[in-house]
Design a protein around this ligand. Structure first.
Ligand code: DX5
Ligand code: ZN
Length: 216
């Protein structure tokens, strides 16, 4: 199966976000990864539902919305109404993970759950029937351009086993580059998020192809 690529618009030119999203679409992105930060759960601030809504007409690709906000439940509906397709919450940012996942699915969207680097895979043992996507953080969330934490590889392998035949995608986020993508895919990733690696040069299509590597 070909790996999916989800470029993170965190590394895009924020003054031209609509054009950047259209360019990612044309360059072969599978999902558009949107990093939402609140300056509380993570030490950085980015965008809210109004920006997601403004970007929606610029592509028909799935919006993969990574919520790094606490609390998260009060904002889920707004992100859904803005046009999010996959809504991902952090295990560490919700007191009632099962409830947050049910809320996303009740609104008709795919429910994602993310684990910080220090959070064990076992945190997901009892919610696997309510999850469509698992987002493994391979950096501490908050900023683009950080280095991949190698311990994430073991976590990806363990989650691959835990997921078994369930229809759950495993997505990996943080420090993914053309140099380590093959290893991440081999560990069991279905979707690679990449910010710096996609935006490092103006040829987004070539950068996305490089991440897919020999998988094509
Ligand atoms: C980090 C974000 C990532 C980040 C990835 O908190 O969740 O999506 O933008 O950026 P790179 O690929 O530069 O590590
Ligand atoms: Zn992200």
């Amino acid at each position: 199966m070909t790996v999916k690529i989800a470029p993170s618009i965190l590394s895009a030119d924020f003054a031209r976000l609509g054009e950047e999203v259209s360019a990612l679409d044309a360059a072969g992105a599978d999902y558009i990864h949107v990093d939402v930060m609140d300056g509380h759960f993570v030490p950085n601030l980015t965008i809210g539902p109004a920006v997601v809504k403004a970007l929606r007409p610029h592509t028909a690709k799935l919006f993969d919305v990574h919520l790094m906000i606490e609390p998260v439940d009060p904002f889920i509906q707004a992100f859904v109404e803005a046009g999010s397709d996959i809504v991902t919450v952090h295990v560490e940012a919700t007191r009632h993970l099962d409830r947050s996942l049910q809320l996303i699915r009740s609104l008709g969207r795919k429910a994602g759950v993310s684990l910080n680097p220090a959070t064990p895979d076992s945190a997901l043992s009892y919610v696997l029937d309510k999850v469509d996507l698992i987002l493994v953080m391979s950096v501490n969330p908050g900023f683009g351009g950080q280095s991949f934490i190698p311990a994430a590889l073991d976590k990806i392998r363990r989650l691959r086993d835990m997921v078994g035949r369930r229809p759950i995608e495993i997505e990996v986020d943080g420090g993914v580059t053309a140099a380590n993508a093959a290893e991440v895919i081999a560990a069991g990733a279905d979707v690679l998020v990449a910010g710096s690696a996609v935006f490092s040069t103006p040829d987004y299509a070539a950068n996305i192809r490089a991440l897919r590597g020999r998988q094509l």
